[in-house]
Design a protein around this ligand. Structure first.
Ligand code: G3I
Length: 429
């Protein structure tokens, strides 16, 4: 048992987690992948997704050309299929991306400055409203800086017609639309300390100082022999985190094979785990077969969905072990305080099934002496005689497929003691 401060995760058995998602959950992180809607009907693709990953990013389906190819006419079908699949499995969804110079329909480039401003704000508003409550983090602006040593902004219709302020405006519009989604700036070649990351750093610092809403920075982390994992990767993630934003590894892939690739992948995971505000890792695809890179075998599963040495290195860096769990059903829990006001706070516990799934689970939650739980939701509590220990079981069907998550919540009346609850280990059957 652990006293819960912030987010903690406990494993339901002594056995190490045996999937990427459960091992990451045991570290308080998500482990995600980019997904293409066109592959959701393929069984090895979907079974690997469902078994291993706890977050998805639509690879192309939420981009401007996919959702608003003609002005004011929105098409969400393909992205909706990904979101529905993820929600059905208890996975998080990263929204990618609202404002980007690429995959931008031609009509956007032809607008006058004032039309472009209203089209940008309308696009952000309509897309975010459609997915309100379903997206964990949005890449609000993607790749707005040039490569190279200038640290300059990249030319785009937004930059050229609206000037530097388009980024700030996009974030303000996004916050006004969905105050509960985390708002990220996302870019590549910003993974180490360099001129480009320095420019993004200066922007994020300025935003934090002036109260421009930004919650997270995405580091795409596309690596190859010309652009290897930088030796100051962790240091770079940490300096951004120190500005008061979460950091996320958003599009990880590393060209190569064998032990060299495995070592690089393991180093990326270790860097994230060393930074407490590094909240999750997403690989840019599941299998080498469907990587956006035409060569280089950059992902964790080979063309036949076999686990590569890189997979083992990632699992091991996350503290998990391969080889299944021998049929033992396991689950992990993580706790996060939600809102706090006056005399009470809300807590949320997320239960994630191990690689054998669950047909049921239970989690003990103990509140401090003097505190009282005044309400619970999404679970059935039973109480010990002191009234301080609540054992939560599912409402109705407790089945979770491998790696899937569910959550329950409760309100604690503090009675002057705002201490967090103690969340015990999860038991699965
Ligand atoms: O769907 C059409 C298909 O109908 C057509 O026959 C085919 C012919 O070219 O194109 C298909 O669309 C392609 C699409 O991927 C789906 O496969 C586009 O041409 C192709 O340009 C597009 O590439 C995507 C690329 O972004 C576009 O910039 C990649 O899949 C996607 O992985 C990549 O993702 C980006 C991130 O969004 C941002 N960071 C970099 C990352 C990698 O480039």
């Amino acid at each position: 048992m652990l006293a819960a401060t912030g987010v903690v995760t406990l494993s339901g058995s002594a056995q190490a987690a045996s999937t990427l998602g459960t091992a990451a959950a045991a570290q308080g992180r998500y482990f995600g992948t980019a997904v293409a809607a066109s592959h959701l009907g393929e069984s090895p693709y979907v079974s690997t997704l469902d078994a291993e990953f706890t977050s998805v990013t639509p690879e192309n389906e939420m981009k401007w050309d996919a959702v608003e190819s003609s002005r004011g006419s929105f098409t969400f079908d393909a992205a909706d299929r990904i979101v529905a699949h993820a929600q059905g499995k208890g996975m998080k969804v990263r929204g990618h991306t609202l404002v980007w110079h690429s995959q931008l329909p031609g009509w956007v480039g032809g607008l006058s400055a004032s039309d472009l401003r209203s089209a940008m704000n309308n696009h952000i508003t309509k897309v975010m409203q459609h997915y309100q409550g379903k997206i964990h983090s949005w890449d609000v602006v993607n790749e707005a800086f040039q490569d190279g040593s200038s640290g300059a902004r990249r030319s785009s219709p937004f930059q050229d017609k609206l000037g530097n302020g388009f980024i700030e405006e996009a974030f303000r519009t996004a916050r006004a639309t969905d105050p509960n989604a985390k708002l990220c700036y996302n870019d590549y070649n910003t993974d180490g300390v360099n001129a480009k990351s320095n420019a993004v750093y200066a922007m994020v610092k300025d935003f934090k100082q002036r109260g421009v809403p930004i919650d997270c920075v995405g580091f795409q982390s596309h690596f190859n022999s010309n652009s290897p994992v930088p030796s100051d990767y962790r240091q770079n993630l940490q300096r951004f985190a120190d500005l008061g934003v979460d950091v996320q590894i958003t599009e990880l892939d590393i060209e190569g094979s064998g032990s060299a690739q495995a070592t690089s992948y393991g180093n990326v995971v270790k860097a994230c785990l060393a930074v407490s505000r590094c909240t999750g890792i997403t690989t840019w695809g599941i299998t080498d077969k469907y990587s956006w890179r035409s060569s280089g075998t950059p992902l964790l599963f080979d063309d036949n969905y076999g686990k590569k040495p890189a997979y083992d290195a990632v699992l091991s860096a996350l503290g998990g072990t391969s080889g299944g769990d021998g049929g033992t059903r396991t689950c992990t829990v993580s706790y996060a305080k939600q809102e706090q006001w006056g005399d009470r706070y809300n807590g949320k516990v997320t239960v994630t099934a191990g690689s054998s799934g669950t047909s049921g689970w239970s989690v003990p939650v103990t509140v401090a002496s003097g505190q009282k739980v005044s309400a619970t939701w999404n679970g059935t509590p039973s109480w010990d005689s002191t009234g301080n220990v609540m054992t939560m079981t599912p409402n109705g069907n407790g089945s979770l497929s491998a790696g899937a998550s569910t959550s329950f919540g409760f309100t604690v009346m503090t009675n002057g003691n705002a201490a967090p609850p103690t969340v015990g280990a999860c038991t699965a059957w």
